[in-house]
Design a protein around this ligand. Structure first.
Ligand code: SF4
Length: 446
Protein backbone atom coordinates (compact mmCIF):
# COMPACT_ATOMS: atom_id res chain seq x y z
CA UNK A 1 0.00 0.00 0.00
CA UNK A 2 1.49 3.38 -1.00
CA UNK A 3 1.78 5.62 2.05
CA UNK A 4 -0.33 8.75 1.73
CA UNK A 5 1.77 11.92 1.53
CA UNK A 6 1.13 15.00 3.61
CA UNK A 7 2.47 18.51 3.13
CA UNK A 8 2.38 20.78 6.22
CA UNK A 9 2.61 24.58 5.90
CA UNK A 10 3.43 26.50 9.07
CA UNK A 11 2.60 30.20 9.28
CA UNK A 12 3.00 32.75 12.08
CA UNK A 13 5.06 32.69 15.26
CA UNK A 14 7.44 30.17 16.84
CA UNK A 15 4.61 28.95 19.11
CA UNK A 16 2.59 28.02 16.03
CA UNK A 17 5.68 26.38 14.54
CA UNK A 18 5.88 24.07 17.55
CA UNK A 19 2.22 23.13 16.97
CA UNK A 20 3.02 22.40 13.31
CA UNK A 21 5.88 20.16 14.46
CA UNK A 22 3.46 18.25 16.71
CA UNK A 23 0.93 17.97 13.84
CA UNK A 24 3.65 16.62 11.52
CA UNK A 25 4.99 14.07 14.01
CA UNK A 26 1.46 12.92 14.93
CA UNK A 27 0.72 12.19 11.26
CA UNK A 28 4.03 10.37 10.75
CA UNK A 29 3.24 8.27 13.83
CA UNK A 30 -0.11 7.46 12.23
CA UNK A 31 1.67 6.04 9.18
CA UNK A 32 1.56 8.98 6.80
CA UNK A 33 4.59 10.27 4.87
CA UNK A 34 5.63 13.91 4.97
CA UNK A 35 6.58 15.63 1.70
CA UNK A 36 8.11 19.10 1.30
CA UNK A 37 6.42 19.33 -2.13
CA UNK A 38 2.73 20.34 -2.07
CA UNK A 39 2.28 19.13 -5.66
CA UNK A 40 3.11 15.58 -4.48
CA UNK A 41 0.81 15.64 -1.47
CA UNK A 42 -2.45 13.70 -1.06
CA UNK A 43 -3.25 15.84 1.99
CA UNK A 44 -2.23 19.46 2.61
CA UNK A 45 -2.47 21.01 6.08
CA UNK A 46 -1.97 24.74 6.61
CA UNK A 47 -1.37 25.78 10.21
CA UNK A 48 -2.46 29.39 10.10
CA UNK A 49 -1.94 32.69 11.95
CA UNK A 50 -4.64 35.30 12.55
CA UNK A 51 -3.44 37.87 15.07
CA UNK A 52 -3.34 40.90 12.79
CA UNK A 53 -4.50 41.80 9.26
CA UNK A 54 -1.24 41.09 7.36
CA UNK A 55 -1.02 37.66 9.03
CA UNK A 56 -4.63 36.88 8.13
CA UNK A 57 -4.02 37.94 4.53
CA UNK A 58 -0.95 35.71 4.33
CA UNK A 59 -2.99 32.77 5.66
CA UNK A 60 -5.84 33.35 3.21
CA UNK A 61 -3.42 33.70 0.28
CA UNK A 62 -1.77 30.43 1.24
CA UNK A 63 -5.14 28.65 1.50
CA UNK A 64 -6.09 29.75 -2.02
CA UNK A 65 -2.65 28.81 -3.33
CA UNK A 66 -3.05 25.31 -1.91
CA UNK A 67 -6.65 25.13 -3.13
CA UNK A 68 -5.14 25.42 -6.64
CA UNK A 69 -3.02 22.36 -5.81
CA UNK A 70 -6.22 20.56 -4.96
CA UNK A 71 -7.77 21.62 -8.30
CA UNK A 72 -4.74 20.81 -10.45
CA UNK A 73 -2.65 18.43 -8.37
CA UNK A 74 -2.88 15.20 -6.51
CA UNK A 75 -4.17 16.75 -3.32
CA UNK A 76 -7.46 15.14 -2.30
CA UNK A 77 -7.92 16.78 1.08
CA UNK A 78 -7.13 20.37 2.12
CA UNK A 79 -7.14 21.06 5.86
CA UNK A 80 -6.78 24.43 7.59
CA UNK A 81 -5.67 24.45 11.23
CA UNK A 82 -4.65 26.90 13.90
CA UNK A 83 -5.49 30.48 14.75
CA UNK A 84 -7.55 31.47 11.68
CA UNK A 85 -10.20 28.73 12.06
CA UNK A 86 -10.11 29.15 15.85
CA UNK A 87 -10.98 32.81 15.36
CA UNK A 88 -13.43 32.65 12.46
CA UNK A 89 -14.72 29.02 12.45
CA UNK A 90 -17.91 28.50 10.41
CA UNK A 91 -17.78 31.97 8.86
CA UNK A 92 -14.48 30.98 7.27
CA UNK A 93 -15.88 27.61 6.17
CA UNK A 94 -18.75 29.33 4.37
CA UNK A 95 -16.29 31.56 2.50
CA UNK A 96 -13.88 28.83 1.39
CA UNK A 97 -15.70 25.67 0.18
CA UNK A 98 -12.41 24.28 -1.23
CA UNK A 99 -11.27 23.39 2.29
CA UNK A 100 -12.38 19.97 3.56
CA UNK A 101 -11.86 20.57 7.27
CA UNK A 102 -11.06 23.44 9.67
CA UNK A 103 -9.31 22.44 12.90
CA UNK A 104 -9.05 24.73 15.93
CA UNK A 105 -5.96 25.28 18.12
CA UNK A 106 -7.49 22.98 20.77
CA UNK A 107 -7.80 19.99 18.41
CA UNK A 108 -4.12 19.61 17.43
CA UNK A 109 -3.58 16.26 19.26
CA UNK A 110 -6.59 14.84 17.34
CA UNK A 111 -5.22 15.71 13.88
CA UNK A 112 -4.46 12.10 12.83
CA UNK A 113 -7.90 10.86 13.91
CA UNK A 114 -9.54 13.77 12.07
CA UNK A 115 -7.53 13.16 8.88
CA UNK A 116 -8.39 9.45 8.95
CA UNK A 117 -12.02 10.42 9.59
CA UNK A 118 -12.05 12.53 6.43
CA UNK A 119 -10.78 9.55 4.47
CA UNK A 120 -13.71 7.50 5.78
CA UNK A 121 -16.08 10.33 4.80
CA UNK A 122 -16.72 11.52 8.37
CA UNK A 123 -18.43 14.88 8.15
CA UNK A 124 -18.30 17.67 10.68
CA UNK A 125 -20.98 20.32 10.98
CA UNK A 126 -19.93 23.09 8.60
CA UNK A 127 -16.66 21.17 8.11
CA UNK A 128 -15.30 22.69 11.31
CA UNK A 129 -13.84 20.91 14.32
CA UNK A 130 -13.25 23.74 16.80
CA UNK A 131 -13.51 23.58 20.57
CA UNK A 132 -12.16 25.59 23.47
CA UNK A 133 -8.47 26.49 23.01
CA UNK A 134 -7.33 24.28 25.87
CA UNK A 135 -4.53 22.27 24.25
CA UNK A 136 -1.24 22.36 26.17
CA UNK A 137 1.69 20.57 24.60
CA UNK A 138 3.46 17.92 26.74
CA UNK A 139 6.75 16.06 26.32
CA UNK A 140 4.78 12.89 25.45
CA UNK A 141 3.36 14.53 22.33
CA UNK A 142 5.38 13.45 19.29
CA UNK A 143 7.30 16.30 17.68
CA UNK A 144 9.59 16.67 14.68
CA UNK A 145 12.15 19.51 14.74
CA UNK A 146 11.61 21.58 11.59
CA UNK A 147 14.24 24.18 12.47
CA UNK A 148 17.95 23.50 11.72
CA UNK A 149 18.96 20.49 13.84
CA UNK A 150 21.16 22.51 16.21
CA UNK A 151 18.34 24.79 17.44
CA UNK A 152 14.79 24.36 18.63
CA UNK A 153 11.96 26.34 20.20
CA UNK A 154 10.75 25.14 23.59
CA UNK A 155 7.19 26.18 24.38
CA UNK A 156 6.89 26.47 28.17
CA UNK A 157 3.27 27.59 28.38
CA UNK A 158 0.21 28.35 26.27
CA UNK A 159 -2.31 31.15 26.11
CA UNK A 160 -2.25 34.56 27.78
CA UNK A 161 -4.17 36.31 30.55
CA UNK A 162 -2.70 39.77 30.11
CA UNK A 163 -5.65 41.09 28.13
CA UNK A 164 -3.97 43.90 26.16
CA UNK A 165 -6.82 45.88 24.58
CA UNK A 166 -5.63 45.39 20.96
CA UNK A 167 -4.84 41.67 21.13
CA UNK A 168 -6.91 38.68 19.99
CA UNK A 169 -4.47 36.04 21.23
CA UNK A 170 -6.22 35.34 24.57
CA UNK A 171 -9.41 34.64 22.57
CA UNK A 172 -7.58 32.33 20.13
CA UNK A 173 -5.19 30.61 22.51
CA UNK A 174 -7.12 30.76 25.80
CA UNK A 175 -6.09 31.75 29.31
CA UNK A 176 -2.45 31.41 30.42
CA UNK A 177 -1.39 27.88 31.44
CA UNK A 178 2.12 26.67 32.26
CA UNK A 179 3.56 23.25 31.51
CA UNK A 180 4.81 21.39 34.58
CA UNK A 181 8.53 22.01 35.13
CA UNK A 182 9.43 18.29 34.98
CA UNK A 183 7.66 18.02 31.68
CA UNK A 184 9.53 21.00 30.18
CA UNK A 185 12.84 19.64 31.48
CA UNK A 186 12.01 16.21 30.03
CA UNK A 187 11.45 17.77 26.63
CA UNK A 188 14.61 19.90 26.88
CA UNK A 189 16.58 16.72 27.68
CA UNK A 190 15.09 14.95 24.66
CA UNK A 191 15.99 17.94 22.47
CA UNK A 192 19.57 17.83 23.78
CA UNK A 193 19.58 14.10 23.03
CA UNK A 194 18.60 14.95 19.43
CA UNK A 195 21.64 17.23 19.07
CA UNK A 196 19.98 20.56 19.81
CA UNK A 197 22.54 23.11 21.05
CA UNK A 198 20.38 26.24 21.24
CA UNK A 199 17.02 26.11 23.02
CA UNK A 200 14.76 29.12 22.52
CA UNK A 201 12.24 29.60 25.32
CA UNK A 202 8.94 30.72 23.83
CA UNK A 203 5.36 31.43 24.91
CA UNK A 204 2.98 34.37 24.59
CA UNK A 205 4.47 35.65 27.87
CA UNK A 206 7.44 33.57 29.10
CA UNK A 207 7.77 35.65 32.29
CA UNK A 208 4.37 34.51 33.56
CA UNK A 209 5.71 30.96 33.70
CA UNK A 210 4.67 29.17 36.88
CA UNK A 211 2.12 31.75 38.05
CA UNK A 212 -0.67 29.24 37.69
CA UNK A 213 1.28 26.34 39.22
CA UNK A 214 1.01 25.68 42.95
CA UNK A 215 4.66 24.63 43.17
CA UNK A 216 5.85 28.26 43.26
CA UNK A 217 8.16 27.73 40.32
CA UNK A 218 9.16 30.69 38.20
CA UNK A 219 10.87 31.18 34.86
CA UNK A 220 14.14 31.63 36.78
CA UNK A 221 13.79 28.28 38.58
CA UNK A 222 12.85 26.59 35.31
CA UNK A 223 16.00 28.02 33.71
CA UNK A 224 18.11 26.61 36.53
CA UNK A 225 16.83 23.18 35.51
CA UNK A 226 17.51 23.67 31.80
CA UNK A 227 21.01 25.10 32.42
CA UNK A 228 22.06 21.80 34.02
CA UNK A 229 21.23 19.75 30.91
CA UNK A 230 24.35 18.35 29.20
CA UNK A 231 24.53 19.20 25.49
CA UNK A 232 22.51 22.40 25.61
CA UNK A 233 24.95 25.27 25.05
CA UNK A 234 22.70 28.26 24.57
CA UNK A 235 19.34 29.16 26.13
CA UNK A 236 17.56 32.16 24.64
CA UNK A 237 14.60 34.02 26.15
CA UNK A 238 11.85 35.48 23.96
CA UNK A 239 8.56 37.28 24.74
CA UNK A 240 9.25 38.56 28.24
CA UNK A 241 6.58 40.94 29.63
CA UNK A 242 8.36 44.08 30.94
CA UNK A 243 6.46 44.30 34.24
CA UNK A 244 7.06 40.60 34.95
CA UNK A 245 10.85 40.82 34.73
CA UNK A 246 12.20 40.08 38.22
CA UNK A 247 15.59 40.63 39.84
CA UNK A 248 15.76 36.82 40.27
CA UNK A 249 15.38 36.37 36.49
CA UNK A 250 17.97 39.02 35.64
CA UNK A 251 20.43 37.55 38.15
CA UNK A 252 20.29 34.10 36.57
CA UNK A 253 20.61 35.55 33.05
CA UNK A 254 23.71 37.46 34.23
CA UNK A 255 25.19 34.49 36.14
CA UNK A 256 24.64 31.54 33.78
CA UNK A 257 26.93 31.51 30.71
CA UNK A 258 24.57 29.19 28.84
CA UNK A 259 21.76 31.77 29.02
CA UNK A 260 22.30 34.11 26.09
CA UNK A 261 23.12 37.70 26.95
CA UNK A 262 19.93 38.59 25.18
CA UNK A 263 16.39 39.55 26.17
CA UNK A 264 13.33 40.08 24.00
CA UNK A 265 11.19 42.64 25.87
CA UNK A 266 8.18 43.79 23.78
CA UNK A 267 7.18 47.17 25.32
CA UNK A 268 4.73 48.15 22.55
CA UNK A 269 4.82 51.89 23.38
CA UNK A 270 6.18 54.41 25.93
CA UNK A 271 3.52 57.12 26.09
CA UNK A 272 1.49 56.80 29.29
CA UNK A 273 -1.86 57.64 27.63
CA UNK A 274 -1.28 55.04 24.93
CA UNK A 275 -0.04 52.39 27.38
CA UNK A 276 -3.16 52.94 29.46
CA UNK A 277 -5.42 52.65 26.39
CA UNK A 278 -3.52 49.48 25.42
CA UNK A 279 -4.23 48.09 28.89
CA UNK A 280 -0.53 47.39 29.29
CA UNK A 281 0.68 47.08 32.88
CA UNK A 282 3.33 49.64 33.84
CA UNK A 283 3.75 53.21 32.60
CA UNK A 284 6.59 54.78 30.66
CA UNK A 285 8.79 55.46 33.67
CA UNK A 286 8.48 51.87 34.92
CA UNK A 287 9.42 50.57 31.47
CA UNK A 288 12.48 52.82 31.47
CA UNK A 289 13.35 51.58 34.99
CA UNK A 290 13.04 47.96 33.87
CA UNK A 291 15.32 48.53 30.87
CA UNK A 292 17.90 50.41 32.98
CA UNK A 293 17.83 47.67 35.68
CA UNK A 294 18.21 44.99 32.98
CA UNK A 295 21.29 46.71 31.56
CA UNK A 296 22.74 47.23 35.07
CA UNK A 297 22.28 43.64 36.25
CA UNK A 298 23.17 42.05 32.88
CA UNK A 299 26.11 44.07 31.49
CA UNK A 300 26.34 44.05 27.69
CA UNK A 301 22.89 42.43 27.33
CA UNK A 302 21.37 42.73 23.85
CA UNK A 303 17.76 43.93 24.09
CA UNK A 304 15.14 43.41 21.41
CA UNK A 305 11.75 45.07 21.58
CA UNK A 306 8.50 45.31 19.59
CA UNK A 307 6.52 48.52 19.16
CA UNK A 308 3.07 49.34 17.81
CA UNK A 309 2.62 52.60 15.89
CA UNK A 310 -0.70 54.20 14.95
CA UNK A 311 -2.65 53.05 18.02
CA UNK A 312 -5.94 54.97 18.36
CA UNK A 313 -5.26 58.35 19.95
CA UNK A 314 -1.58 58.39 18.95
CA UNK A 315 -1.24 62.10 18.27
CA UNK A 316 1.90 63.50 16.58
CA UNK A 317 3.10 64.48 20.10
CA UNK A 318 2.64 60.97 21.45
CA UNK A 319 4.39 59.50 18.42
CA UNK A 320 7.25 61.97 19.01
CA UNK A 321 7.51 60.58 22.56
CA UNK A 322 7.92 57.10 21.08
CA UNK A 323 10.54 58.23 18.55
CA UNK A 324 12.56 60.01 21.26
CA UNK A 325 12.34 56.87 23.41
CA UNK A 326 13.84 54.82 20.54
CA UNK A 327 16.59 57.43 20.08
CA UNK A 328 17.47 57.54 23.80
CA UNK A 329 17.12 53.81 24.60
CA UNK A 330 19.15 52.54 21.63
CA UNK A 331 17.71 49.02 21.42
CA UNK A 332 19.97 46.43 19.85
CA UNK A 333 17.05 45.09 17.81
CA UNK A 334 13.56 46.42 17.23
CA UNK A 335 10.45 45.41 15.30
CA UNK A 336 7.55 47.76 14.54
CA UNK A 337 3.96 46.70 13.90
CA UNK A 338 1.32 49.02 12.48
CA UNK A 339 -1.72 48.95 14.80
CA UNK A 340 -4.29 46.56 13.29
CA UNK A 341 -7.93 47.28 14.19
CA UNK A 342 -9.01 43.75 15.09
CA UNK A 343 -12.75 43.12 15.50
CA UNK A 344 -13.62 41.68 18.89
CA UNK A 345 -10.93 43.70 20.69
CA UNK A 346 -11.62 46.68 22.99
CA UNK A 347 -9.20 48.90 21.08
CA UNK A 348 -11.16 48.40 17.85
CA UNK A 349 -13.99 50.44 19.40
CA UNK A 350 -11.74 53.33 20.43
CA UNK A 351 -12.22 56.75 18.81
CA UNK A 352 -9.43 58.60 16.95
CA UNK A 353 -8.32 55.63 14.84
CA UNK A 354 -5.18 56.56 12.84
CA UNK A 355 -5.08 56.37 9.03
CA UNK A 356 -3.06 53.63 7.28
CA UNK A 357 -0.90 56.28 5.56
CA UNK A 358 0.10 57.83 8.88
CA UNK A 359 0.78 54.37 10.38
CA UNK A 360 3.01 53.52 7.42
CA UNK A 361 5.05 56.73 7.63
CA UNK A 362 5.45 56.37 11.42
CA UNK A 363 6.69 52.81 11.03
CA UNK A 364 9.19 53.92 8.39
CA UNK A 365 10.37 56.79 10.59
CA UNK A 366 11.06 54.45 13.52
CA UNK A 367 12.78 51.85 11.32
CA UNK A 368 14.98 54.52 9.69
CA UNK A 369 16.04 55.71 13.15
CA UNK A 370 16.63 52.14 14.31
CA UNK A 371 18.78 51.24 11.31
CA UNK A 372 21.13 54.10 12.30
CA UNK A 373 21.14 53.01 15.95
CA UNK A 374 21.75 49.38 14.97
CA UNK A 375 24.66 50.32 12.69
CA UNK A 376 26.28 52.47 15.39
CA UNK A 377 25.92 49.68 17.98
CA UNK A 378 27.38 47.12 15.54
CA UNK A 379 30.36 49.43 14.93
CA UNK A 380 31.14 49.36 18.68
CA UNK A 381 31.43 45.56 18.44
CA UNK A 382 34.29 45.64 15.92
CA UNK A 383 37.40 44.19 17.57
CA UNK A 384 35.40 42.42 20.29
CA UNK A 385 35.26 38.64 20.78
CA UNK A 386 31.94 36.86 20.28
CA UNK A 387 30.80 33.25 20.38
CA UNK A 388 29.26 32.40 17.01
CA UNK A 389 26.91 29.47 16.39
CA UNK A 390 27.66 28.22 12.87
CA UNK A 391 24.47 27.65 10.87
CA UNK A 392 25.71 26.90 7.37
CA UNK A 393 27.81 27.96 4.39
CA UNK A 394 28.03 31.63 3.59
CA UNK A 395 26.37 32.99 0.47
CA UNK A 396 28.94 35.80 0.53
CA UNK A 397 32.05 34.49 -1.24
CA UNK A 398 34.64 36.24 0.97
CA UNK A 399 33.23 34.38 3.97
CA UNK A 400 33.09 30.66 4.68
CA UNK A 401 30.14 30.33 7.03
CA UNK A 402 27.04 32.15 8.24
CA UNK A 403 26.04 31.98 11.85
CA UNK A 404 24.64 33.92 14.78
CA UNK A 405 26.10 35.55 17.86
CA UNK A 406 24.32 35.32 21.23
CA UNK A 407 22.99 38.79 20.44
CA UNK A 408 21.20 37.50 17.31
CA UNK A 409 17.97 35.47 17.52
CA UNK A 410 17.07 33.43 14.41
CA UNK A 411 15.06 35.01 11.58
CA UNK A 412 14.65 38.43 13.26
CA UNK A 413 18.08 39.90 14.26
CA UNK A 414 20.59 39.68 11.42
CA UNK A 415 23.44 37.16 11.08
CA UNK A 416 27.24 36.97 11.31
CA UNK A 417 29.44 35.99 8.35
CA UNK A 418 32.55 34.11 9.46
CA UNK A 419 35.97 33.36 8.03
CA UNK A 420 37.00 29.91 9.35
CA UNK A 421 37.83 26.35 8.25
CA UNK A 422 36.46 22.86 8.85
CA UNK A 423 33.34 23.87 10.71
CA UNK A 424 29.85 22.33 10.74
CA UNK A 425 26.36 23.63 11.58
CA UNK A 426 25.95 23.60 15.35
CA UNK A 427 29.60 24.35 16.11
CA UNK A 428 30.03 27.25 18.53
CA UNK A 429 33.35 29.03 17.90
CA UNK A 430 35.05 32.11 19.32
CA UNK A 431 35.52 34.89 16.79
CA UNK A 432 36.70 38.45 16.52
CA UNK A 433 34.22 40.88 14.98
CA UNK A 434 35.95 42.49 12.00
CA UNK A 435 33.18 44.49 10.35
CA UNK A 436 29.49 45.23 10.20
CA UNK A 437 26.45 46.43 8.28
CA UNK A 438 23.23 47.84 9.68
CA UNK A 439 22.07 44.45 10.96
CA UNK A 440 24.75 41.88 10.00
CA UNK A 441 28.25 41.34 11.39
CA UNK A 442 31.49 40.01 9.88
CA UNK A 443 33.97 37.96 11.88
CA UNK A 444 36.98 35.69 11.75
CA UNK A 445 37.63 32.69 13.96
CA UNK A 446 40.35 33.25 16.56
S1 SF4 B 1 0.88 39.91 26.39
FE1 SF4 B 1 -0.70 41.16 25.47
S2 SF4 B 1 -0.02 41.30 23.33
FE2 SF4 B 1 1.05 39.57 24.21
S3 SF4 B 1 -0.22 37.77 23.75
FE3 SF4 B 1 -0.80 38.55 25.78
S4 SF4 B 1 -2.55 39.88 25.43
FE4 SF4 B 1 -1.49 39.60 23.47
Amino acid sequence: MRKEKVHVVSLGCPKNLVDSEVITATLIKDGLEITPHPEEADIIIINTCAFILPAKEESIDEIFRMAQMKKNGRCGRLIVAGCLPQRYGSALAREIPEVDLFIGTGEIPRVAELVRGLEKGDSHEDRVCIGDPTFLMRSYHPRVISTPAHMSYLKVSEGCSNRCSYCVIPAIRGRFRSRETDDVIAEAESLAGRGVKEVIITAQDTTSYGRDLKSGVTLATLLKGIVSIEGIKWIRLLYTYPMNITGELLEIVAKEEKICNYLDIPVQHIDDEILTAMKRRGDGSRIRETLARTRKIVPGVAIRTSLIVGFPGETPKRFKNLLEFVQETRFDHLGVFKYSQEEGTEAAQLPRQVSEGVKESRRNTIMEEQSLVSYEINQTLIGSEEEILIEGESEISEYDYVGRAQRQAPDIDGVTYVKSRGRSPGDIITCRITGCEEYDLYAEEL
